[in-house]
Design a protein around this ligand. Sequence first.
Ligand SMILES: Nc1ncnc2c1ncn2[C@@H]1O[C@H](COP(=O)(O)OP(=O)(O)OP(=O)(O)O)[C@@H](O)[C@H]1O
Ligand SMILES: [Mg+2]
Length: 306
Amino acid sequence: MEGNRLMNPIEQLARRQLVVVTGKGGVGKTVVSATIGRALAAAGRRTLIVEVDPRENLHQMMGTPPSGGDILEAEPRLWVQNLKPRQVLDQVVRDQLRLELLARRVLDSLIYQQFATGAPGLKELAILGHAYRLLHGLGGPGAPEIQTVILDAPATGHGVALLSAPALVTDVITNGPFSRMAGDLATLIADSERCGIVVVTQAEEMPVEEALELRTALRDRVRREPELLVVNGLYPPAPPEPPPSTGAENELVSLWRRRRKLNDRELARLKESWTGPRIELPQLPLDRGLPLLSTLGRCFAESARR
Ligand SMILES: Nc1ncnc2c1ncn2[C@@H]1O[C@H](COP(=O)(O)OP(=O)(O)OP(=O)(O)O)[C@@H](O)[C@H]1O
Ligand SMILES: [Mg+2]
């Protein structure tokens, strides 16, 4: 049953059409997007992970070649794409104006250039609109059939901007194809059975602060609760403190103990105010790549069972 606490987070997320992963910069949004994507694909869901970041971290993480914007199959039932919002917006113009010459003139015009870079919510709408089209089988020839799109969203403030863009656009543009798509997207985002929001954080002061602020901003501006909190990069429990008589302790071990103490304190602060489902992932001694993702996948599944 939906909302049943006994259903684990992966089973829940596998029912969504859109999963938006957001949180402070650098906390692990891309590894968490990749980990969730692999878990959903392994569970039978045809999944696309979309990264909106010119650095193409996702591709490097998954060991796929740079995509140049294309949809690439990374694993069975799992695709990855590095999306350039401007490319998507230009494609909307081409689709609407089927005459190449006319489309070219619009795309080259100063007014379009200004509109495309400056209109509030437009870039965000282009990203979501792209997901929407793929989910509705409108991705064009050769596009795979996708059941869940995972959006590796830009950091916090931009994540909220992304989720609130459709409602914002429907307030401003009230008819035409843009308005219809924005309306459908606003409805999708408001529906917690079709759209999941995953907040990623670390058990350190600033990321926790930002995660709590993000939840407030989501309540205020999107009228939504996050579905899942992922606390990433936890130090493993440190060995017990040696008695003072043993002399100086190895510096690395004492650093480890201090980090873990900080983690415990911040975890306690989170647990106090965040009552929803939570996944905890350890900091692993592995470089970016598939072995890191595979281990995190196992940790995710274990934490989900608890
Ligand atoms: N649990 C972990 N164990 C080990 N390394 C990790 C872990 N989580 C993340 N990393 C590493 O930390 C770095 C940052 O992670 P990631 O790129 O996922 O963060 P991000 O939130 O997407 O960052 P940005 O905001 O810059 O997009 C990466 O190099 C990743 O391999
Ligand atoms: Mg990232």
